[in-house]
Design a protein. Structure first.
Length: 116
């Protein structure tokens, strides 16, 4: 198998894994919320939001990895690296925003008190 084809397959598999993580996480969060376990609806909804956010965060990290594999190993031109930088910046901003929403603090403030 040629090198380029291998990189393309690894990139596709990594992207598929990222999408699968997000989809499975969203489905599991919804199922968990629907089962309830005797908890109040507001608590189930809050837990579902937290679970969904974590699934999206994990999926975004894997999708960034797929972009890096493809760009650096497949087409390392100045333009493609610049596009990668913009995509990674956008996904990083989304990740930080989700982390702030979920944890009440920025990712680099893991040991700080939550924002109120």
């Amino acid at each position: 198998m040629p090198h380029a084809e291998l990189i393309e397959r690894v990139g596709n598999a990594t992207e598929l894994a990222g999408v699968a993580l997000i989809t499975a996480g969203l489905l599991l969060a919804a199922l968990r919320a629907l089962r309830g376990g005797g908890r109040p609806a507001a608590e189930r909804i809050e837990q579902a939001r937290h679970d969904m956010g974590r699934a999206i965060l994990l999926g975004l990290e894997v999708l960034v990895a797929a972009d890096i594999v493809r760009t650096v190993a497949f087409t390392p031109t100045l333009t493609s690296v610049a596009v990668l930088a913009v995509v990674v910046a956008i996904r990083t901003f989304l990740s930080w925003s989700l982390a702030l929403e979920l944890d009440g603090r920025w990712p680099w403030q893991r040991h700080a008190r939550p924002l109120s």
